[in-house]
Design a protein around this ligand. Structure first.
Ligand SMILES: *Cc1c(COP(=O)(O)O)cnc(C)c1O
Length: 385
């Protein structure tokens, strides 16, 4: 075998031995909650399409109309010819939702963070990042020459101590956190973080991928608190908004700088017009149907109460099994009952915290949520025995 193939084969064998090899499984999402996989139809508790908007008739019609009008792709970087008018319209809507002066849309949430962080920080700067922050915030940090220091998860006192220790020796400081943590479903204390960061002239970026559309009547995680908001509110169009793309909402000068300098804006093709149209139609639904936006968390709480767990704070509920094999076995057991709940293993989560990551949709029937709770309870009882 040549060295390239030997390298790949050896790595795969080691991952497989540790139950860490991953394989793609073709999965057709036929509506907001059902999926077709391996010839079976399953009820999915593993999609981030919390409001079912990816299949909403108005959202689909808007995307189809945009394809008819503008074609399937945007044709170039936004700074060349790829800035379809729908993208600007979407930015106005996002800024309004978040209460900021302006917004910038990116090709995805990952591209947003990979572009924002190195645009705002350089060599003499400091990045402080929550240890459980999403992989793309870490990726953004790695693309910046700034010094990166991790703070303990949601530990405001630890962040304060690090600011006191390191802030003065650096020119600028950027603090990175998820608003809703993607694998644990807990919320960052964005009110206290915003106040602390302002006091130390540090810029707070909150990643609201799992908050927009589902918390605080759809406005997102920082609106769960009174008054203060992080100056940098990033998020994705790919979860509750039901489509694809990412965004940053911030002040006009910050957004103008990002549009001029962020490499993932400059050197990547603009969002397809249909994705912008779909997101605008999804925001119409989110802004007019406030009751719908509260449903995913209500379903999540139905589940946590049935299991005697602390109340869910978001549509994401982790059930920790520890060992990767145990989480995989739980996934398989639920699949035989008709539920798709995907096991999440390291390195996506810390070692020995492999889990079922259960996500709830407004479209789940309460009865199915309760049936899942019973099935998970049975697995946990068996594990404890
Ligand atoms: C999913 C996710 C992203 C990435 O967004 P995409 O649009 O899927 O690239 C970023 N941050 C968090 C917290 C996420 O969960």
């Amino acid at each position: 075998m040549d060295s390239l193939n030997a390298f790949a084969a050896d790595k795969l064998a080691a991952l497989d031995a540790a139950s860490l090899k991953r394989t793609l499984k073709p999965t057709g999402r036929t509506d907001g909650v059902h999926v077709e996989r391996g010839g079976r139809t399953l009820i999915s508790f593993s999609c981030n399409d919390y409001l079912g908007l990816s299949h909403h008739p108005k959202v689909k019609a808007a995307a189809a109309a945009a394809i008819e009008a503008w074609g399937t792709g945007s044709g170039a970087s936004r700074l060349v010819t790829g800035d379809n008018p729908l993208i600007g319209e979407l930015e106005t809507r996002l800024a309004k939702l978040k209460g900021t002066e302006a917004a910038c849309v990116f090709g995805s949430g990952y591209l947003a963070n990979a572009g924002i962080v190195p645009t705002l920080t350089g060599e003499r700067d400091l990045i402080l990042i929550d240890e459980l922050a999403h992989a793309c915030l870490w990726a953004g940090s790695q693309l910046s020459p700034a010094r990166t220091v991790m703070f303990r998860h949601n530990d405001v006192a630890h962040l304060e101590a690090l600011l006191i220790e390191h802030r003065a020796a650096h020119r600028r400081a950027l603090v990175l956190t998820d608003g809703v943590f993607s694998m644990d479903g807990d919320l960052a204390p964005l009110d206290r973080l915003t106040t602390l960061c302002a006091a130390h002239d540090a810029w707070l970026l909150s990643d609201d991928a799992h908050g927009v559309g589902v918390l605080a009547e759809g406005r997102g995680s920082s609106f769960a608190y009174d008054g203060v908001h992080p100056p940098l509110q990033m998020g994705t169009l790919s979860k509750a908004i039901g489509g694809y793309g990412g965004y940053l909402c911030a002040s006009r000068p910050v957004i103008d700088l990002i549009k001029t300098r962020a490499r993932t804006v400059i050197y990547s093709t603009g969002l397809p017009p249909a994705s912008a149209a779909a997101a605008i139609a999804a925001l119409d639904v989110i802004e007019t149907d406030k009751a719908l936006t509260g449903e995913p968390v209500r379903k999540a709480r139905l589940f946590t109460r049935a299991l005697g767990l602390p109340d869910a704070q978001s549509p994401i509920v982790p059930v920790i099994f520890g060992a990767a094999e145990a989480a995989l076995a739980a996934q398989q057991a639920l699949e035989t009952l008709g539920f798709l709940v995907v096991a999440i293993r390291p390195p996506t989560v810390p070692a020995d915290t492999a889990r079922l990551r259960i996500t709830f949709s407004a479209l789940h029937a309460d009865a199915d949520v309760l049936r899942l709770a019973e099935a998970v309870q049975a697995l946990l009882t068996r594990k404890a025995a």
